[in-house]
Design a protein around this ligand. Structure first.
Ligand SMILES: [Zn+2]
Length: 274
């Protein structure tokens, strides 16, 4: 039987906190180090539904991608805010919470490796490599660029991506000539519009990420950049839960992965159609 301290130490080895962005807040959020960990639930978001899922499954620890508490708080009043309520629920249930966010984004294997694997990309390299002697030649960094063993048209790649990613109400949308031949693909799990220029510089024919906004996408396309595929944020990060679950299963017998779609969008309707 492993203690929470042992699991946290293992997660910190896989996803060192120093790899996280300066603004990020990662690592152990709550839980006593001496508590036993028999069962773990891996989630993208710590929201009421996933906390209930962990409690109902009798877990002792939630490993989450997104931080529950990113900004400073001065109160955890459970009546005033759902986050205060969630922290109370976690502690009252004896549930630990550990977060691996931007430190998991840059790890190798990390969030974007799992996404690239789902698409069948090979010969992966970072879209924006991590700087520094510690990272040289490790493949660590933001996003991934890889090759489709057999090039596909953009519309076919969109179809493949839709089949490979978990279901969400919004599905996927693409920008570009549907027949454009795609051999090299850049991906970035989560919000990736800051890396549009990196995808173009990497020679990608298409870039798959989430949360693409009108102006950056439109300006990027006007500069003849790679075709774009925009997926739901949750769907691009959910594949990594399988990676971390597999890593944790070397320490804990029972590791579950949440398939609860925590993307905020729940309905989709094609417009202009009667
Ligand atoms: Zn994210």
């Amino acid at each position: 039987m492993r203690t929470l301290s042992e699991i946290t130490a293992a997660l910190d080895d896989l996803y060192p906190r120093r790899w996280a962005e300066a603004w990020d807040r990662v690592g152990l959020v709550c839980g006593r180090g001496g508590n036993s960990v028999r069962k773990v639930l891996c989630v993208v978001d710590v929201v009421p539904a996933t906390v209930i899922e962990a409690i109902e499954a009798d877990c002792d620890l939630i490993v989450a991608h997104h931080p529950l508490l990113l900004r400073g708080v001065s109160s955890l009043d459970p009546a005033a805010d759902y986050k205060g309520d969630l922290v109370h629920t976690l502690i009252e249930s004896g549930m630990g919470l550990h977060v691996a966010h931007t430190n998991a984004d840059v790890a190798a294997p990390g969030v974007s490796d799992a996404l690239a694997d789902r698409l069948g990309l090979v010969d992966l390299r970072p879209l924006r490599p991590l700087d520094g002697p510690e990272h040289e030649g490790t493949g660590r960094g933001i996003g991934r660029v890889g090759r489709l063993p057999d090039p596909l048209g953009l519309a076919e790649l969109l179809e493949r991506a839709a089949a490979a990613l978990p279901p969400t109400a919004g599905g996927l949308r693409a920008a570009g000539d549907p027949d454009r031949l795609v051999g090299t693909v850049a991906v970035c799990g989560g919000a990736g519009d800051s890396y549009l220029a990196d995808a173009a510089a990497a020679g990608a024919d298409a870039y798959l990420t989430a949360d693409l906004r009108h102006h950056p996408a439109s300006e990027h396309l006007s500069r003849s950049g790679p075709a774009l595929i925009d997926a739901a944020h949750w769907a691009t990060e959910r594949p990594w839960l399988d990676t971390v679950a597999e890593q944790l299963s070397r320490l804990v017998d029972d590791v579950l992965v949440s398939d609860l779609d925590t993307d905020p969008w729940t309905l989709h309707q094609k417009s202009g159609v009667n």
